[in-house]
Design a binder for this molecule. Structure first.
Ligand code: DGJ
Length: 536
């Protein structure tokens, strides 16, 4: 008996010790994880939805300037600020680093429980090189520039090993510092490497080094990767390769044709090689998720009108062929066809996060689509400090989405959530969910028609859906017309407090069109739950 007891107490003691050790273990650094149907950002062991905003380019270059802004940003319901850190301020003199700004921004963010995504503005920002330190800018022999139409321009050439090394060294120093000062707290969630890179003003670099590389064979790694991923290549790239004979070898113009499209692929490869290498060096110091953002091309624009080589959807496969360090590619999505661009980026293992987008009422709507329909893990309108009215549309959307965040993340991975943005040009949407065909359309009642609406719908139980948004209504049809019919048992409005549903009014009158529709009227973003019943 005595021996058995001591064996048992030893077992209990060791279990307690193990639990204590496990709970004392620091959470892993923020990282991306594939969970079911979604790739999620995991922060402190839980999925994290970035309800963010990007600051103007220069705001975070001054801690004094930032001081009064933080409480306003927090009051808007932002959980994350996306903001630049520039190479010139981090390494003003070669080899001597200054992290005052980094430490100051972390110290300002933490008391307000704000997180940060830093933008590494280094060799390129909007195609240009304005944020490189002056010791880089002025040494044009060591850090050569791009040549356009016979003239050197103030854009660093991605063909230069010296520039790549200098940028990578500074970035690695920054990541090492972040690991030291934030490796436990995880205020910094992700890093954007450079900003909207690519050649502006010409379709490619025409420096002597670039001309030599352009006349040389396409690297076999690139053609091998195109071949290996042939079935999933972005359709435009596949068409370009097919039209030119699917060649496994040849010069750039031979493999991709003698047009500016070949120039764009060439530049994509060289920017990608450079930035994959910089990213890999940063990750070796501190492995946070790292992405590259894109200035999106217009429908009729040519490479060079937009930065040529930027990870546009049609060259993302080239970027992927050039290395594995970059975790994903992100659109700066200001274009009106938000849905189409979101789909172009949410494909082939690339999760959707947009570091820049339109804010205000447009952003307040689009965030529902991004998170609800495209399993997005974050949203971030640009120039967010211009939009600090806590009563405006975006804060209203963010506040509801924040209350639903754990459920959204769970249902994104279960594939049981849909989101939509409706207007006169796209007045309805339809999904199959939970055994029903769910039809969503612009709201109308007693002859009044909403001209816009947005929201998301989640299948939260058998015959139960939870929705959020405004300006739409929903009907349900059984998937099999032969079976029993479906009716609305009840609609309840409510809120989620600490993840628990707190019901408000029962809405079975005009609010649900006397049982005919599940309605979300125009005035404000609401959360409602509907239960359905079946009858013969
Ligand atoms: C896109 C850039 O990435 C941002 O840094 C900013 O300059 C905006 N454009 C301005 O609209």
């Amino acid at each position: 008996m005595h021996t058995r007891l001591s064996a048992l107490s030893i077992l209990l003691l060791s279990t307690c010790l193990q639990t204590a050790v496990l709970s004392a273990q620091p959470a892993a650094a923020p990282h991306l994880e594939k969970k079911g149907a979604a790739i999620q950002l995991i922060v402190d062991d839980k999925p994290f939805l970035i309800l963010g905003g990007e600051l103007h380019n220069s705001s975070s270059s001054s801690l004094e300037y930032m001081k009064p802004l933080w409480p306003k940003l927090a009051a808007m319901g932002l959980n994350t600020i996306i903001t630049p850190l520039s190479w010139e301020l981090i390494e003003p003199k070669e080899g001597s680093y200054d992290f005052t700004l980094v430490d100051g921004l972390l110290a300002q963010a933490r008391p307000l429980h704000e997180r940060i995504v830093f933008l590494w503005l280094a060799s390129w920002k909007n195609g240009m090189s304005s944020y490189a330190p002056v010791w880089v800018k002025q040494d044009t022999r060591r850090f050569p520039r791009i040549v356009e139409h016979g003239t050197e321009v103030e854009i660093l050439s991605p063909m230069s090993a010296a520039t790549q090394e200098a940028d990578a060294r500074a970035y690695a120093a920054l990541m090492q510092h972040l690991k030291e000062v934030d490796g436990q707290e995880h205020t910094v969630l992700m890093m954007q490497v450079e900003n909207e890179v690519g050649v502006l003003g010409d379709s490619r670099d025409h420096s002597a080094a670039a001309n030599r590389a352009f006349a040389s064979p396409v690297p076999p790694e690139l053609t091998a990767s195109l071949k290996a991923h042939r079935d999933t290549l972005y359709p435009d790239l596949r068409a370009l390769w097919d039209e030119n004979g699917d060649k496994a070898a040849g010069s750039w113009a031979g493999v991709f044709g003698d047009t500016s499209r070949a120039d764009e692929v060439f530049m994509a490869w060289h920017y990608a090689r450079f930035i994959q290498a910089v990213t890999a060096r940063g990750k070796a110091a501190y492995n946070l998720p790292m992405y590259v953002n894109t200035w999106l091309a217009g429908d009729d624009s040519q490479p060079g009108d937009y930065p040529s080589g930027c990870p546009e959807p049609r060259v993302v496969d080239v970027w992927k062929a050039a290395g594995q360090a970059i975790d994903f590619y992100a659109p700066d999505l200001y274009a009106p066809n938000f849905v189409e661009w979101s789909r172009r980026y949410h494909r082939d293992g690339n999760p959707l996060f947009m570091p820049e987008a339109r804010g205000g009422a447009v952003g307040a709507a689009n965030v529902f689509y991004a998170l609800g329909e495209e399993a997005g893990f974050g949203f971030s309108p640009f120039a967010i400090e211009d939009d600090t009215d806590p009563k405006a549309d975006l804060p209203a959307s963010y506040s509801v989405l924040a209350s639903l965040a754990p459920m959204i993340a769970e249902l994104q991975s279960a594939g049981a959530i849909h989101g939509f943005v409706l207007d006169k040009s796209r007045p309805a949407a339809e999904f199959v969910m939970n055994g029903y065909t769910v039809h969503v359309s612009l709201d109308e009642i007693f002859g009044e028609h909403a001209d816009s609406g947005y929201g998301l719908i989640m299948a939260t139980g058998p015959n139960e859906f939870t929705g959020a948004g405004k300006g739409f209504r929903v009907t349900f049809a059984p998937r099999s017309p032969a079976g029993p019919q479906v009716g609305i048992a009840a609609v309840d409005e409510g809120t989620f407090e600490d993840g628990k549903w707190v019901p408000g009014r029962r809405l079975n009158g005009d609010e649900n069109d006397q049982g005919k529709n599940w309605r979300f009227d125009r005035p404000q973003v609401k959360v409602e739950k509907v239960t359905l019943y079946r009858f013969e």
